[in-house]
Write a protein that binds this ligand. Structure first.
Ligand SMILES: Cc1cc2nc3c(=O)[nH]c(=O)nc-3n(C[C@H](O)[C@H](O)[C@H](O)COP(=O)(O)OP(=O)(O)OC[C@H]3O[C@@H](n4cnc5c(N)ncnc54)[C@H](O)[C@@H]3O)c2cc1C
Length: 247
């Protein structure tokens, strides 16, 4: 998968601080400089004051101000299974590549065997991979080779059948019914910083599936560049604690 930043609120932590300080000031926040707004917050420099305030907000569960900054991220090449999990989050906005208007008529089914178009789970090739809800443990090389054969033959046959249905004049929106749930999809998603932390609470957790965890870790890397103080605090003090932002 490829996960990239498209757009994000400039200086997001300034916006968080302005929102939060507004709540406790008699004067209008719009009439003051950022230095004046932050004057009573502990810290030598403006950066230290921001760190103090953001840590204070997160440790006290005052999450509202983190709803002001917005981020838009593009994701390439996740499975439709992963997409279904991700799009359950109702405060994230999505644009998802259409299978009605984008037809996979030029994909070579032989290339699908090599990993094109359909996401191949690690359990199809790694004998030591043990997924959740798996009845058996690690397996030998021969068994995993057989798994890989069944998996790749099945997905490439689906693509062949799909293309045959297109050749028989079926609309892509109906022919797609035979494609596997592992078929790759690209999407664009937007959310605020609070929601990003909530998605991470749920989807970076150990009980989430490997693919959405990998995606969430990439999103968290982008978030750490975008809102460094917030996601440094999140990583040190909040990550791994279940459903903290939306109990
Ligand atoms: C490991 C794992 C396994 C899962 N397995 C399943 C499964 O088997 N089947 C299944 O259906 N789902 C499953 N889910 C999805 C899960 O149940 C949630 O639907 C999904 O993660 C969205 O998260 P959320 O409920 O926090 O809602 P979000 O849409 O992310 O909303 C964030 C928060 O806003 C509030 N909120 C949003 N909408 C409402 C509302 N209408 N009313 C009240 N409060 C609201 C809630 O506090 C919510 O937590 C699974 C999730 C995980 C992480």
């Amino acid at each position: 998968m490829d996960v990239r930043l498209l757009e994000a609120t400039d200086d997001p932590e300034r916006v968080v601080c302005l929102g939060a300080r507004n709540d406790y000031m008699s004067d209008f926040v719009g009439d003051q400089s950022f230095e004046e707004v932050m004057e009573s917050v502990d810290g030598g420099s403006l950066e230290e004051k921001k760190r103090t305030l953001i840590g204070h907000l997160l440790s006290h569960g005052h999450f509202g101000p983190f709803e002001h900054p917005q981020i838009t991220i593009a994701v390439e090449g996740i499975s439709r299974s992963c997409m279904a999990q991700l799009t359950r989050h109702r405060h994230v906005s999505f644009d998802v590549q259409s299978m009605r208007y984008v037809a996979f008529d030029e994909v070579d089914p032989a290339e699908v065997r090599n990993g094109e178009m359909v996401v191949v789970p690690p359990s199809a090739s790694d004998p030591n991979w043990v997924g959740r809800n798996q009845k058996s443990g690690a397996v030998d090389e021969e068994t995993v080779k057989e798994r890989e054969r069944v998996f790749t033959e099945s997905v490439s046959r689906s693509v062949e059948d799909y293309q045959e249905l297109l050749d028989l004049g079926m609309a892509p929106e109906d022919a797609r019914f035979v494609l596997p749930i592992g078929t790759e999809v690209n999407l664009v998603m937007s959310m605020n910083a609070r929601m990003l932390m909530h998605v991470a609470d749920m989807r970076a957790a150990a009980d989430s599936q490997w693919e959405i965890r990998e995606l969430t870790e990439s999103v968290l890397d982008i978030a750490a560049e975008w809102c460094p103080l917030t996601f440094e605090y999140y990583d040190e003090h909040m990550k791994g604690r279940k459903n903290r932002l939306a109990p």
